[in-house]
Ligand binder design. Structure first.
Ligand code: UD2
Ligand code: MN
Length: 573
């Protein structure tokens, strides 16, 4: 077992761990929407209460004789496991504990074999082995974890071993980012003694996922590095289509389709190639999913072909090891969680590579609604990472992010070596990236107004009420001047936008709805003279109600001050 101490750069880490700033502030990774068929397997209350180490017993048997699992065992073929409504107090406690520790249903995971079978999610197109080069490079698989559940971590590793051609796997490097759960110590080492490809690396202090990944990379020897989160399941045939792209061009960085493993039932929901999404981001520098754009569809004959993606979700990808090094791997000044996915995405594109999503490759991931582990105290980790990202890679466009954080960059440390890296690599500009790789992104500078929309005689502003989602209602809230939920842009074409969502009125409530670009319910005109916001399809005006706590739409009348709004940074020219 490897495990020497390490210091990837000189960044000292200050402060003790504690809970994430506020659970609601930790953006859970956007979960792609998915469709699926349900075949419920109900576990009856009289069935065993899980033992603490989950699938351990089960594994022993499997170790001796890896017999195929009968299809009716819990969770086989990716089916959901549904717990009974009525549970004994002990069982209920075990279920609740599992949720508290992991933010997914560990109890259910522990009932499922760590070698469970999955449906084969691939299109017929993908199964033609002639599509892939015969001499594919080997990959090392790096899986970082901080306090992962036993059965989930094991299932991740076994899904790699069970569903990859052995000759394509060098090592599986498990990087323990200073976990304190007891099962991740000696028990883990003992378990993997039987699997010579698995190596466990332990960091001497909590580093966060970015530096943990860098530690893992130090132990990698194969031509390709593949990263996975510690709660994944690789599906049949996941690896060859990824390695094939890199074998053809070592500057291609590839991501599998990320299927959703349900956090409650552990059902594996797979998406067929027509439902593949690509990655984007918004000006809060949050990752988002989007349908494959038309311009990209035109480049292909089949929906199974790899598609260009402006960004990656972050956790699951393969990259040529030398190319990764050439790109300067990750910024080791990034702490705990976040931003590294955009860093790698931007520089891949800007510094001579391409980033693709490969519809033939499927890996499931448990998307969680909150982060179960401790972040750091006293620093807004995600903001610090994002400011480093913006400073180094986004040129003048960084200002749009800064507007979202009240122009307060905070202390983001020294970035001079990252700036130098960009210069040395002679990377293209961020404008080039936006124009060529992500033309769908709305640029706030193209807006006629941006900032808050304030009702004139009250101190109330248009506010998305915490939800920047499709079809969520828009209301009013005391103006706070911090951007965030009160940041709006009026586009030249008459939309009042957030990033990808637009203010929409279809006769009922004023809501946010995905921008469609065809005016109608999303068409607004600001009359500078009367300060009214006229709505296109209804001809009504936006107003605040009498008790000044709701938005209403009513007949336009310039005498009503309740219809008068101040648009920040309005420029009529
Ligand atoms: C997503 C990515 C994740 C990462 C993150 C942004 C997917 C499916 N997931 O968040 O890989 O890119 O966005 O940074 O694309 N971990 C550590 N040390 C820590 C914290 C986490 O080792 O201090 C491990 C953790 O056990 C897990 C991985 O890092 O295996 C990613 O963390 P996550 O699952 O909480 O992130 P996720 O999926 O919400
Ligand atoms: Mn994850």
């Amino acid at each position: 077992l490897a495990g020497d101490g390490f210091a990837i750069n000189g960044n000292a880490i200050v402060g003790a761990d504690r809970d994430a700033p506020q659970e609601a502030d930790v953006p859970p990774t956007a979960k792609p929407k998915s469709k699926s068929v349900h075949h419920n397997v109900v576990v009856h209350p009289e069935e065993k209460v899980v033992n603490k180490q989950g699938a351990k017993e089960d594994d022993k048997n499997v170790l001796d004789a890896p017999a195929p699992n009968p299809d009716d065992s819990p969770g086989e073929l990716g089916k959901p496991v549904v717990l009974p409504k009525q549970m004994s107090p002990e069982m209920k406690k075990a279920v609740d504990d599992g949720w508290t520790k992991n933010a997914f249903n560990q109890y259910v995971s522990d009932l499922i074999s760590v070698h469970r079978t999955l449906p084969d999610p691939r299109d017929a197109w993908c199964k033609d082995s002639a599509r892939y080069l015969s001499n594919l490079p080997k990959t090392d698989v790096i899986i970082c974890f901080h306090n992962e559940a036993w059965s989930v971590l094991l299932r991740t590793v076994h899904s790699v071993l069970d569903r990859s051609p052995p000759e394509l796997i060098g090592k599986i490097i498990l990087v323990d980012d200073y976990s304190d759960m007891p099962h991740l110590k000696k028990q883990l080492e003992d378990y993997f003694v039987a699997y010579p490809k698995v190596e466990i690396v332990r960091g001497p202090q909590r580093e966060g996922l970015i530096r943990a990944r860098l530690l893992g990379a130090k132990y990698a020897k194969s031509a390709v590095i593949t990263y996975l989160d510690s709660h994944c399941e690789c599906a049949e045939g996941w690896l060859e289509p990824l390695l094939d792209r890199i074998a053809r061009n070592s500057t291609t960085v590839v991501c599998p389709v990320i299927d959703v493993i349900d956090d409650t039932t552990l059902e594996f929901h797979y998406r067929d190639s027509s439902g593949v999404n690509v990655g984007g981001f918004d000006w809060n520098l949050q990752f988002s999913w989007h349908a494959v754009p038309e311009r990209e569809k035109k480049r292909h004959n089949s929906t199974s072909e790899p598609v260009y993606s402006p960004t990656m979700a972050g956790g699951l990808f393969s990259i040529d090891r030398e190319f990764f090094e050439r790109l300067g791997t990750y910024d080791s000044g990034f702490d705990i969680w976040g931003g590294e996915n955009l860093e790698l995405s931007f520089k891949t594109w800007m510094c001579g590579g391409t980033l693709e999503i490969v519809p033939c490759s499927h890996v499931g991931h448990i998307f969680r609604k909150r982060s179960p582990y401790k972040w750091r105290t006293g620093v807004n980790v995600l903001k610090k990472n994002s400011v480093r990202l913006a400073e180094v890679w986004m040129d003048d466009y960084s200002k749009y992010y800064y507007q979202r954080i009240g122009n307060d960059k905070g202390d983001y440390g020294d970035i001079s070596d990252r700036v130098k890296l960009r210069e040395d690599l002679e990377c293209k500009s961020f404008k080039w990236y936006l124009d060529n790789i992500y033309p769908e992104l709305f640029i706030p500078g193209d807006a006629v107004a941006n900032g808050e929309i304030k009702n004139i005689n009250t101190n109330m502003c248009l506010d998305v009420d915490g939800k920047n989602e499709d079809e969520s209602p828009v209301g009013v809230y005391g103006c706070h001047g911090q951007g965030g939920h009160q940041y709006w842009m009026l586009s030249k074409s008459g939309e009042i936008r957030r990033d990808t969502a637009c203010l929409d009125y279809a006769g009922k409530d004023v809501i946010l709805f995905g921008c469609h670009g065809s005016k109608g319910n999303q068409f607004w005109t600001y009359r500078e003279g009367t300060k009214q916001l006229h709505h296109g399809s209804s001809g009504k005006c936006l107003a605040i109600n009498e008790s000044k706590d709701k938005l209403i739409m009513e007949e336009c009348d310039p005498r009503f001050v309740r219809q008068q709004w101040l648009m920040e940074n309005y420029d009529s020219s």
